[in-house]
Write a protein that binds this ligand. Structure first.
Ligand code: PMP
Length: 281
């Protein structure tokens, strides 16, 4: 149905207390037609989120993928963003609602051609403590943290924020994972305080295929401000190069960095150019 004709339950627990779970998925025009990138991984994360938040959800990923393809077809979309959201049903109390509704929205999301590098600010806000909530789940309420830190960065003239975790270790941005390059090797924070991004995992797999050395390991802000280059990864932003962090300028030319190479490989992959030779073309 048209979004303008849909209704929302005013007593939904998601609306009042942020107990909803969502996903952000991309589809791409490829030589084999429209392809949704890593639908299984996204829907499994959605299922996991519902499970940990005790929100009833009984679709399987194949069924959800079919629905998404049908939604794209009916909207005549190829390069698109797909937003499934599971909203908890009526409950003004604080135990999870016993029913839920799924909606899936989609909109056009064109190819990003530019290579504008980001000016990043270290956020005064920390990522939520992993013992306070399920940070690995894409729960609507968690995004208050991303909104606060994005507002702070944008209001002070930056493009994006970088958040530390409760141990003062580098965590991630408002909606993406972070990688740094030092002496030809990549580092990315290990799982624990971060959203385990599907793009992050894809980058790790690409590095493995191409024998690029990469380590999942905690690092400090000081270490990051001594790196040669850095980038964020996420479904929406894909691979986004970072120009500076606070007043530190990353010294390596972006086009000479591993991040730049991986950004090209990632685009080839999502557009369905799979073999290693075409990946490097
Ligand atoms: N971190 C946060 C906080 C996010 O919201 C996202 C987007 N889901 C990511 C990282 C990147 O995840 P993905 O690569 O799966 O989009």
């Amino acid at each position: 149905m048209k979004a303008k004709d849909a209704t929302m339950n005013l007593y939904s627990q998601s609306l009042h207390y942020g107990n909803g779970v969502f996903e952000g998925i991309r589809s791409y025009a490829t030589s084999d037609g429209t392809k949704i990138f890593k639908a299984k991984e996204h829907f499994e994360r959605l299922q996991h989120g519902c499970k940990v938040m005790s929100i009833p959800f009984d679709y399987n990923w194949e069924e959800l993928e079919r629905i998404c393809y049908e939604l794209l077809r009916q909207n005549n979309l190829q390069d698109a963003y797909i937003r499934p959201i599971v909203n908890a049903g009526t409950n003004m109390g604080l135990q999870s609602a016993t029913n839920s509704t799924l909606s899936i929205q989609c909109w056009a999301w064109g190819k990003y051609m530019g290579e504008t590098l980001l000016k990043v600010k270290t956020s005064p806000y920390k990522r939520p403590h992993p013992e306070s909530c399920h940070v690995e789940a894409k729960v609507t309420g968690h995004y208050i943290n991303s909104i606060l830190s994005t507002n702070d960065a944008k209001n002070t003239g930056f493009d994006e924020c970088l958040l530390l975790d409760h141990n003062e270790m580098v965590a991630e941005s408002s909606g993406g994972n972070v990688f740094m390059e030092k002496d030809g090797k990549l580092f990315t924070p290990k799982k624990g305080s971060i959203m385990p991004g599907i793009t992050r995992q894809t980058i790790l797999e690409l590095c493995d295929e191409l024998h690029i050395e990469v380590e999942e390991k905690g690092f400090t802000l000081e270490e990051l401000k001594n790196a040669d280059s850095a980038f964020f990864t996420g479904t929406a932003a894909e691979v986004a190069g970072i120009m500076s962090l606070d007043d530190y300028l990353f010294p390596l030319e972006w086009k000479e960095s591993l991040g730049y190479l991986l950004s090209k490989l990632y685009l080839n992959l999502v557009q369905g150019k799979k073999s290693e030779s075409t990946l490097l073309a």
